[in-house]
Design a protein around this ligand. Sequence first.
Ligand code: ATP
Length: 257
Amino acid sequence: MLEVKGLRKVYRGGGREVEALRDLTFTVEGGDLVCLVGPSGCGKTTLLRCVSGLLAPTSGDVRVGGKPVTGPPPGMAVVFQEYGRSLFPWMSVRDNVELPLKQKGVDRARRRELVEGALDAVGLGGTAGAYPWQLSGGMQQRVAIARAVAYEPETLLMDEPFAAVDAQTRADLEDLVRALWQRLEVTVLFVTHDIDEAVYLGRRVVMLSSSPTVVQDELVVDLPAERDQLHTRADPRFIELRTRVYEQIQLAKKAAR
Ligand SMILES: Nc1ncnc2c1ncn2[C@@H]1O[C@H](COP(=O)(O)OP(=O)(O)OP(=O)(O)O)[C@@H](O)[C@H]1O
């Protein structure tokens, strides 16, 4: 379980103060898939950096599995937007996926098993020996997902992971994330500015206001668990839910003006 309580973050420096997060409170139950959606610049990345222990909050509390986060929590993996910068170009795909497992102290035989399993799961079984720069953007993002999956995280944070890939690849990767989530029973916090993506993927959607950020609204996505790009997106309930999220985001933007 992931708990965020009264989280506030003020950036200070160069004689300037930016209150990125004002007062954020929400919970992600163990095994849930929650999408966070909010307007550009509302502090989504700041929030994920606080949750992953990369940034200290100004005040408030972040807990993972009941323990306060003071640095990168064990059992957490993060997939960032910029796959190009998150993979090491001088390492093969296999070595990129294996590296965190070495750091975790997993033995060689188990490492091989986990790397193969994760690459197969993302449909890259045949590319273990390639280098990231030999792959398309979508394939590189699959490698980043494989690396996170191989780590066997309890919590997976995803920061706009598909923002830089084309629409067709994005749809495939969305389905991949849902399939992996269902199979691995991992707790997922997925950040996006794309309302349709949030409703399609999430079991819950948390909507953020513009900066300084608070939780604007939350909803449960009561669509069937088995989703597919064609039918789910045409479901009248999907359209109702996306309309509600859209309206809330518009309200949040107006309130900020
Ligand atoms: N290191 C920093 N120093 C000062 N201000 C910062 C810093 N990082 C972010 N900010 C400010 O905090 C606010 C939130 O930024 P953040 O990158 O978290 O938003 P975001 O929702 O992820 O943005 P986007 O959707 O555009 O990626 C912005 O006003 C930004 O300018």
